[in-house]
Write a protein that binds this ligand. Sequence first.
Ligand code: PEP
Ligand code: MG
Length: 562
Amino acid sequence: MRPLVEDQPAQEVERLERALAETRQQILEIQRRVSEAMGAAEGNIFEAHLLVLEDRTLMEEVIRAIHDQKVNAEHAFHTVAERYATTLAAIEDEYLRERATDMRDVTNRVLNNLMGIEPEVDLAHLREPCVIISHDLSPSNTAQLDRHNVLGFATDVGASTSHTSIMARSLRIPAVVGLHNASNELETGDYALLDGFNGVLIINPSDQSLFEYGQLLRKQVSLQERLRDVQLETATTLDGHRVILSANIETAADVAEVHKNGADGVGLFRTEYLYMNRGKPPTEEQQFQAYSEAASALKPLPLVIRTLDLGGDKYMSHMPGPQEMNPFLGWRAIRLCLQEREMFRDQLRAILRASAEGNVRMMYPMISGLEELKQANALVEEYKAELRAEQIPFDENLEIGAMIETPSAVIVADSLAKRMKFFSIGTNDLIQYSLAVDRMNEKIAHLYEPTHPAIVRLIKATIDSAHRYKIPVSVCGEMAGDPVLAPLLLGLGVDELSVSSTLIPSIKFIIRRLKLTEALELANFALNCESAAEILERCQLLARGIAPSLFDTQEDYGSPAS
Ligand code: PEP
Ligand code: MG
């Protein structure tokens, strides 16, 4: 805070008036763009923001504070507006409580204008098609990207199994992550060529590069045509082994893509995106709507709903969570849910109610031992009893599975398998936890090795335990969506692969060119091999041998980049 001298209050009031006018112009402009792009109803959301600027009582209080307390406009405006926001946030009425968010949003804009700070680029509403280059993008930022105008994005940090990359894949946004320093090397207005297949960003590309990429694009188009041919076929190997090939989704709206790409169902519905980019967690009713919408759109195909996996790199705006030294080892997934009982109750009741559709299954993320599983199951039984008493229908035989994502879960897999109906191996986490390699960290991305002998053996041990108790095993991590690695998983005995919808066609394509005997041979080699590089090389040899066209658009001898 800067104290004022004699005639400065008048100047401060003038600055405030200018900042308010500027803010008003900015909001009107956003409102116009949103209305054009999404319709008048969405544009009207900004009416509430304009009303804040027109609130004379608030402004008079700010002006009084400038004069009486001899403080600058920033301090006065922030203090008064924050007091209003706090009062609104404490009110019972939901509508009024939400006005607190509007108040804070507008306050930030006014303060930015007072301090001459450029407003952040609004990634949800861009003016023209562009490639976003950023130091980082959170999964929730990525979910909000303007789908019309974002041609692709590149970030300095991150790796191909971070949730930002996974989100980009499912939104079909080309992305390259982990470029270390790209954001410092480009200026707004530079031209950029982004190759998400090979993980390449070319700044101001030469004519030669543009020509070469023109050729690659032609190959890509012809590959897409060949992939369309297998859309309606089943994922069956040449020697008649039927593989269940399911899709991973993030919202109920993704179900359309699941059908379009000819999947056998949904093997992983990541529910946390329902919780992001909103003022407060979704209610039981809102979740029930979303889950039953997805289930009914999928029928008769199955829908596996994963309970909330917040924490790690995924946070809710209204509940930022504690600052943790190691968020991926911290307050995450089932641990968070077992402590946030009210929130978990809403979700479990919503899933149970949606299970009345008849095709729903449920699984818990990040189970690290039997205790969490027992606690979660006990809660499910409690909520089932509630629903029975309320005479609300649900599937009495709802199948519940466990995700196998920690080494400890693999070691006690027998105990888990006895009590569950299925396993789903989350290789993204299983790899990071087993190899102690952060899946988000580009500096150690080279150590993140899905073909590490330890990983191969952990997957095999999980499958053995599951099959001993006659329950099926799915893999829903990114490893399943890599055509180079999928045959290895099938050879190890995995019953189902669940991959981003966009990857279904290429995985189906390779399965239809594979013999199970080749996959078994590959797995046998891998289980007896001591080198990650040698296992990877054998995987590549097989995949490239049976489906060379899948790899035509790749520069080097590797599996597709992010
Ligand atoms: C995994 O860990 O492999 C998984 C599928 O879960 P998520 O990527 O959402 O952590
Ligand atoms: Mg996981």
